[in-house]
Design a protein around this ligand. Structure first.
Ligand SMILES: [Zn+2]
Length: 66
């Protein structure tokens, strides 16, 4: 029996852009995106950099937390 210890590709607390410009945490991205780094349409989920967040913190909020 093969035991897979696959780790999430996305970091839980980091913000990402996927699903046509939506912003969400790694942990809120859903199982598929979290482990493959691809959103529901197969596009790569892009990480939001600390620079971008610091430049405009109000803009970068997870859409799936609240
Ligand atoms: Zn979130």
């Amino acid at each position: 029996m093969k035991i897979t210890t696959q780790k999430p590709v996305l970091k839980d607390d980091a913000l990402y852009i996927g699903d046509n410009g939506r912003v969400y945490h790694g942990r809120c991205s859903g199982m598929s995106a979290r482990f493959t780094g691809l959103d529901i349409s197969g596009q790569k989920v892009e990480p939001v950099t600390q620079y971008e967040i610091q430049a405009d913190p109000e803009l970068w909020k997870c859409e799936r937390c609240e």
